[in-house]
Design a protein around this ligand. Sequence first.
Ligand code: ADP
Length: 247
Amino acid sequence: MSGQTDMILVDKKGMRIDGRKTDEHRPVHIEAGVLSNADGSAYLEIGKNKVLAAVYGPRECHPRHLQDPTKAIIQCKYNMEAFSVSDRKRPGPDRRSIEISKIIAEALERVVLTELYPRASIDVYIEILQANAGTRCAGLTAASVALADAGIPMRDIIPAVAAGKADGHVLLDLNKEEDNYGQADVPLAIVPSTDEIVLLQMDGNMTRKEFDKALDMAFGACHEIYEIQKTALKERYAVSKEDDGDE
Ligand code: ADP
């Protein structure tokens, strides 16, 4: 987020460098149940982002001092692979990945019925295989599908997407160039059945009017992504039924 203003990121016709309109998100593809050794899993692409999410649990929480006698805890690990960005990323946790793990776990705690599993841990692993801005939203969207795939009782599943500002325009779902040279980025995650906000951050600056517009765009896109999440879960179930029939 440099705020550099001499970059042309939106042309005179309102078209962005990757051919999208200002209010268009990148193509989203989600597949549920891609890993056989995890309790639940999902693979997600949004534009050039590629994300794998795996869920284990509910299982006995270790280390034991983290156990909560009233509910399960959600332990989330967001990790960007060394090969996920063009310059090799130093492997292992850093301040950014610790922060993202924390906000994703907090968002998921709002929908998972953790009170059903006292002393347990639900472990969520998010691996960013390829990054192109918007990975915290992509990771949370994939993790929600993986939790549902694991059969963990939830009030709803969470879709997430960012909106922001680049080249003076309010844009939906910023890509890497727009994020790098843009003026603001606002990741949003919601509970679609109630429109409750479970994650909202802001990097950079925009006016109140621009912020409202960005939020509006992101809300609309979250509802679209929600439909894709549900379709992925339904397809997973259809495939399982076919498999059962073969046996
Ligand atoms: P998000 O991925 O949620 O948008 P950031 O705004 O922190 O989170 O990062 C924006 C993008 O910057 C990432 O998606 C990734 O493409 C790139 N990026 C983040 N951290 C690194 C890093 N350590 N090395 C190279 N690129 C990075």
